[in-house]
Design a protein around this ligand. Structure first.
Ligand code: ATP
Ligand code: FE
Length: 361
């Protein structure tokens, strides 16, 4: 099978063609980083405008790279949600129209399902059920992947995502941002400088260490960020001193990694209570490329006697390949959508199973 995937849920315009054996035949990713940088965050209207301008040629160039025509494809997959409404609508509209005009099966993809399934394209031994920790700029959550289309969200962040926390602490330390192709955000700079730091000089509290049981599996990162800001305001460190920068970065990275590891260990425990025998830990999202975070999670996986799998960094962040691959996985099960689907802005992953699909052989 060959599937074209289209992704426009946020600020990346991406397209890719992937085969059912996991080969990437072509991919295009047009980043908008430079467009939004000057505004200090993503401007939804601008993001949609850029998708509108860039998507047709992104699809065209993907087809040209692959040497295929639309008629050679087996399905068109497009991100249906969750995401920015105006951005999603550009991709959904394009995907539906392409599919309808060429009478191809259409697969509307849940963006988070695509992140979770990505690991199965690269490592065929990632089998259901597996536990997935998603650590990106927009999300921090643990989920149980029972089967394609069947997920339980175990924990998610009550405030900031871990990626946002890295970025905000990096800003307190006056560290630079890097471009999307190098990981995006300020996390990479913070990781680099933390290598020279002593994590014990400024002890940061690990968040939610004594939280009530209802919130036991959830994450919180805004306290860590606020703690660093108060330390700077109280003159406990100076962003102008490289040693201070390194020590604060190391302390933050240590506390954030501990928090992620503890909550992931609790998610394993919950899976056992649900009598789900998890076979693997998948860690994805931009923050998954952080080596300290990885080491902390490797420890958890080792204690649980399961393998940890991370997709390669470029496939951990938003891309078209993951949408095409989710399309392959859903197409195999006949989970198709009618040409009349709309985008879904807020879409809890747990709801996937209750939705209707046009099941076709
Ligand atoms: P989403 O996919 O949830 O909508 P996103 O596309 O913004 O979010 P990603 O591209 O997956 O998120 O990840 C970007 C985030 O990852 C940024 O916050 C960035 O600082 C962080 N990040 C990238 N590399 C590293 C690293 N080495 N250490 C820590 N954080 C990192
Ligand atoms: Fe994403």
């Amino acid at each position: 099978l060959r599937v074209l995937g289209i992704e426009t849920s946020c600020d990346d315009t991406a397209a890719a063609i992937v085969t059912s054996s996991g080969r990437i035949l072509a991919e295009t990713n047009v980043h908008q980083h430079a467009v939004h940088e000057q505004h200090g965050g993503i401007v939804p209207g601008l993001a949609a405008n850029h998708h509108l301008m860039n998507l047709p040629l992104a699809v065209r160039s993907t087809l040209e790279q692959s040497g295929l025509r639309i008629d050679d494809l087996d399905a068109i997959a497009v991100t249906r949600g969750p995401g920015l409404p105006a951005s999603l609508s550009v991709g959904v509209s394009a995907g539906k129209t392409l599919a309808a005009v060429h009478a191809k099966p259409l697969v509307g993809v849940h963006h988070m399902e695509a992140h979770a399934l990505m690991a199965r394209m690269e490592s065929a031994h990632v089998r259901f059920p597996f536990l997935c920790l998603l650590v990106s700029g927009g999300h921090t959550l643990t989920l149980l992947a029972h089967q394609v289309n069947e997920y339980s969200v175990l924990g998610s962040t009550l405030d900031d995502s871990v990626g946002e926390a890295f970025d905000k602490v990096a800003r307190e330390l006056r560290l630079p941002w890097v471009d999307a192709q190098d990981g995006g955000g300020a996390g990479p700079a913070l990781e680099r400088i933390a290598r020279q730091g002593d994590p014990r000089r400024f002890a940061l509290p690990v968040p939610m260490d004594k939280s009530a049981s209802a919130r036991l599996l959830d994450f919180s990162f805004s306290g860590l960020k606020a703690h660093v800001r108060r330390m700077r305001e109280a003159g406990q460190f100076s962003p102008a001193s490289p040693q201070d920068q390194a020590d604060v970065a190391a302390a933050f990275q240590h506390a954030a990694s501990r928090h992620l590891a503890k909550k992931t260990a609790l998610a394993f425990k919950r899976a056992r209570e649900m009598q789900v025998e998890v076979t693997c830990l998948v860690v994805s999202g931009g923050v998954a490329s952080n080596l300290a975070v990885r080491a902390a999670l490797e420890d958890v996986a080792r204690r649980e006697a399961v393998e940890m799998v991370c997709p390669q960094p470029r496939l951990c962040t938003d891309n078209g390949v993951m949408i095409a691959w989710a399309g392959v996985e859903r197409l195999r099960l006949g989970l198709l959508d009618p040409y009349t689907i709309d985008f879904i802005q807020r879409w809890p992953l747990d709801e996937l199973k209750r939705m209707g699909y046009e099941r076709r052989a």
